[in-house]
Design a protein. Structure first.
Lengths: 243, 157
């Protein structure tokens, strides 16, 4: 049999496409966890946060976060009665060891725990040039540290400052929403260690999750809603001065 | 009738293109990870890799089976909603094999203070004290049983 040039040109791309399917293989079966059944977010109750830093310490121990870097941190806001537009914010060592009493009085004072918002339309995944950061089917934004080239573009893109450059791995690092825990039926390390229940992991696709009852009777906000990132950290009792 | 010598230059060019295409496909398949694109524009194996990272916090469900007395005391007090590992630290290894490690008792002098020292930003209803005035330097568990912290004189064992 002889091939004409025309036949060859038709066959080669077809063979290449077929080869792609061979390389991709079949998807792995996840025995106890179906990512299609979950859609993860978190509920943060500002009125319950006491700034103890338990979440920051737990996160560091669970995920081997290097000293001086934070996947989650706590900020203390002081909103002066007469300067509402310029709140004073501090976060000594990310709030890891709690907060000193502070030399301010009066005004409005509260703590805000922060970490990756696992945005639905996340700027960080949009800018990654190699596909090393991505959305999981269950709504978590992760970094493939074996594939990241360390260009730091995502770190600049995140409007919430939730990413950092890992000092020894030389790749982008961030909150995984304890993906290794939530896929096994556990809650995240920060929620596990929060003594007041200020942080609660929420599965928005689970109709029995307590967040649905909460959302019916409480108004919640996300950070920087004007950026339309689709943030999934829902704050209850959030003051308008928080950025 | 087209003669071969009339189109041989085109055939040579086609051959160059064909070789280029084959090389492109070879390099592409060599450099793109096999699982890339399985679930989206990323390496599909990364999901399983990240999900298989080691767990350090066992989770509150793990403690009560072996420590029913402590769990019971805690459930009756105001610390009922505080999980064991909040104070005792990550103990997944201990939960898996209790003989593999012995948990250290928490450092009461620092532990209680982080939550209960006075701070203007804490919610008004939350129990907080000026530590120096409140205890005069005594450790918290002299008077309080941490698992159920209502005042118990001689709580410390």
């Amino acid at each position: 049999m002889t091939l004409t040039r025309r036949q060859l040109l038709v066959l080669l791309p077809a063979a290449a496409t077929a080869w792609e399917f061979v390389l991709a293989g079949t998807p792995e079966a996840a025995p106890n966890y179906s990512s299609a059944d979950h859609w993860w977010g978190m509920l943060l109750d500002i009125t319950k946060c006491i700034g103890c830093g338990s979440c920051v310490r737990a996160c560091a121990m669970e995920n081997d976060v290097p000293d001086g870097y934070f996947r989650t941190w706590v900020e203390r806001y002081h909103v002066d009665d007469f300067h509402i537009e310029s709140p004073v914010v501090d976060s000594p060592d990310g709030g890891k060891e709690g907060f000193p009493p502070g030399d301010f009085s009066g005004g409005k004072n509260f703590f805000v725990p922060k970490f990756c918002n696992h945005c639905v339309d996340s700027p960080c995944t949009q800018v990654c040039p190699v596909g090393a950061t991505f959305h999981t089917p269950d709504g978590v934004v992760l970094v493939d540290q074996n594939y990241c080239v360390g260009c730091r573009y995502c770190i600049q893109a995140c409007p919430y400052g939730c990413r950092f450059f890992h000092p020894t791995k030389h790749v982008a690092d961030k909150c995984t929403l304890c993906y290794h825990r939530i896929t096994k039926g556990l809650t995240t390390a920060c929620c596990e260690s929060c003594p007041t229940g200020a942080r609660q992991l929420a599965d928005l696709r689970n109709p029995n999750d307590p967040i649905h009852a909460f959302l019916k009777t409480h108004s919640v906000q996300v950070l920087k809603p004007h950026l339309a990132t689709g943030a999934k950290n829902f704050y209850y009792g959030l003051d308008g001065s928080v950025r | 009738m087209v003669k071969l010598q009339d189109i041989s230059h085109l055939l040579r060019m086609a051959a160059v293109f064909a070789v280029g295409l084959v090389l492109f496909l070879v390099f592409r398949s060599a450099f793109i990870p096999k699982s890339f694109g399985r679930y989206g524009h990323f390496r599909g194996d990364a999901l399983a890799e990240i999900a298989s990272r080691p767990i350090h916090y066992a989770g509150h469900q793990a403690c009560g089976d072996c420590h029913p007395e402590e769990a019971d005391t805690k459930a009756k007090g105001v610390h009922a909603h505080v999980n064991c590992e909040t104070c005792h630290g990550p103990l997944a290894k201990h939960a898996e094999d209790p003989t593999s490690m012995t948990p250290q008792l928490p450092d009461v002098a620092h532990l209680c203070v982080r939550c209960h020292s006075e701070n203007i930003a804490k919610p008004p209803g939350f129990p907080q004290v000026n530590v120096a005035e409140h205890s005069g330097g005594q450790l918290c568990d002299t008077c309080h049983q941490p698992h159920s912290p209502a005042l118990v004189v001689g709580a410390r064992k």
